[in-house]
Write a protein that binds this ligand. Sequence first.
Ligand SMILES: [Zn+2]
Length: 94
Amino acid sequence: MDKQCHSRETKQGNYLFTPPPNIPGGPMVVNDAIWEECGFCGQQHLSPALSRALQELSIQRQGLLLPARNKQLTILLDSANRALSISKTHERSF
Ligand SMILES: [Zn+2]
């Protein structure tokens, strides 16, 4: 119950968000965002669209860590396939 927050101001512009340390890449900026800020205590009230945009950015950033793992998996699969085809060739030659 924050009674002081009656003095909300609608803000529009580039919203700067500093994500938690587990999200790489530093601060995020959402262009043309709309949010409300309390002129009394400074608390920000994000619109659903803005919070969704920030969530998607966080997911994208964390997703950047995935391709390296996928590549490694592909290499593993490749060598497994090659091993399989070699053993098949041997079977045929017998
Ligand atoms: Zn407030």
